[in-house]
Write a protein that binds this ligand. Sequence first.
Ligand SMILES: NC(=O)c1ccc[n+]([C@@H]2O[C@H](COP(=O)([O-])OP(=O)(O)OC[C@H]3O[C@@H](n4cnc5c(N)ncnc54)[C@H](O)[C@@H]3O)[C@@H](O)[C@H]2O)c1
Ligand SMILES: CC(C)[C@H](C(=O)O)[C@@H](O)C(=O)O
Ligand SMILES: [Mg+2]
Length: 523
Amino acid sequence: MGLKGKAWKFGADIDTDAIIPARYLNTSDPVELAKHCMEDADTSFAQKVQPGDVIVADKNFGCGSSREHAPISIKYAGVSCVIAKSFARIFYRNAFNIGLPILESTEAVEGIDEGNEVSVNAETGTITNVTKGETYQATVVPPFMQQIIAAGGLINYVAERMKVKKMYKIAVLPGDGIGPEITEQALKALKAVAEHFGHEFQFTEALVGGAAYDAVGHPLPKETLDLCYSSDAILLGAVGGDKWADLPPELTPERGALLPLRKLLGLYANLRPAVVFPALANASTLKPEVVEGLDIMVVRELTGGLYFGEKKREDLPDGTVRVTDTLVYTTEEIVRIARLAFELAAKRRKKVTLVDKANVLESSRYWREVVANMAAEYPDIEFNTMYVDNAAMQLVKMPKQFDVIVTDNMFGDILSDQASQLTGSLGMLASASIGGKIGLYEPSHGSAPKYAGLKRANPIATVMSGAMLLRYSFDMEKEAKAIEDAVTEVLKKYRTRDIMEEGLQLVNTDEMGDRIAEQILAG
Ligand SMILES: NC(=O)c1ccc[n+]([C@@H]2O[C@H](COP(=O)([O-])OP(=O)(O)OC[C@H]3O[C@@H](n4cnc5c(N)ncnc54)[C@H](O)[C@@H]3O)[C@@H](O)[C@H]2O)c1
Ligand SMILES: CC(C)[C@H](C(=O)O)[C@@H](O)C(=O)O
Ligand SMILES: [Mg+2]
């Protein structure tokens, strides 16, 4: 912490009454107190003092009654630090409690004259008299007291420590196919983050999908749902596979577990970032210049549309069959996902593209009407619309024209898989499903049954979903970034088979997880 300003000198035994006269103690408003700071020692001090200035006083500064108002008035007057030969003990403690740095140094007090430019390093206790070119040493403040100062006082310090101490509960649902092996790698990364940043994550595993059906006869057992409800976030591998595809729909991993989980948790927004890591520009099947630097966020509506509308299969009298899937959206469902897309775009490159089929579908026409109206509320954000067939083509022709794509459930499912290939592999596309109290994080891809158990799947989409979990559920930006940076670094040397390039080292699923975790720890 560097503090710098002009010195204001005071004598010995400045008591708290001189710092803040008792007649002003009818308020505890810091700004009001600051106006009368040092009034009985120097009537115009509060008007003259500039932000950063330093009070330099003789011995026993802050003696007298034990009021916190005294250091508060000094701090809010703009004084960055008080240097004295000694402090009254209660003032000393009060100053730390409210986050005012104070230092004891006889040589500094004797060396500094009124008006000298002084700079202070509170951590090392080094005081520099810039005017005279002299350096003095103060008694070093114990580290925990420095942490209180750095936090801005005792209350903030305690609050920060409690935040660090919070135990974050993460439900882990590995699922089917490659699900368990990729989830394991994301856990390695999250554990490395916990160790590196001093967090406590509690991981509890439960069955989901085909694995749950095989074990207990239902793809989303009550214990699993209860665990999800009592967790702070959910990490999911993938579900599904041919083995369970012909079960009654409500027992399949997809319709019996994944979709209900999203709906029950109110996860209406699915964020799928298609980001091309610098090292992977050549890994895509598209030309490097087309994808280099690409960063698209697909915002997919997740709990409405064709997925959740009424479905029917009817046997007709003539022996044929009629099947129905209904596409339903309400104003509220469209507004909330569009709002999220605009807000996200505001923090990115400020462009939103609504992808729809408004030339045919009534639902799309209404999406356009609603979202275009909302766009007027965001004058800084460029808004355009695109039919989904054209969008599919544009995504491979000129993908960098997109920033945020907002679209319905079905189109979002398809376009996000397509966007994934721009990044090099479907195994790179993470996802966050948010909107409810508890977020769910899973790779965008499926259970890739043909690779199950072979340890050749790319775990990065799942690892990066872990980063999204930290960012969106725990508000841990630097921790999320630590995972992303580790992946960026590791990709310069190591590759799984799907993104392998000549000259780099081929690794399996486990090894990729290990390299990423090591890189996080190396920081
Ligand atoms: N969120 C989910 O749980 C989810 C998502 C999509 C599909 N599924 C289910 O997964 C099963 C398989 O579906 P699919 O084959 O259509 O899609 P898929 O995403 O599992 O696989 C598509 C292709 O991508 C490859 N692939 C996927 N993930 C990979 C990875 N991490 N590393 C390397 N290659 C990877 C696969 O081998 C395959 O060639 C189905 O039961 C489907 O319903 C589940
Ligand atoms: C498995 C399936 C139900 C799921 C979906 O369509 O949402 C998947 O494809 C996805 O993208 O998460
Ligand atoms: Mg999909």
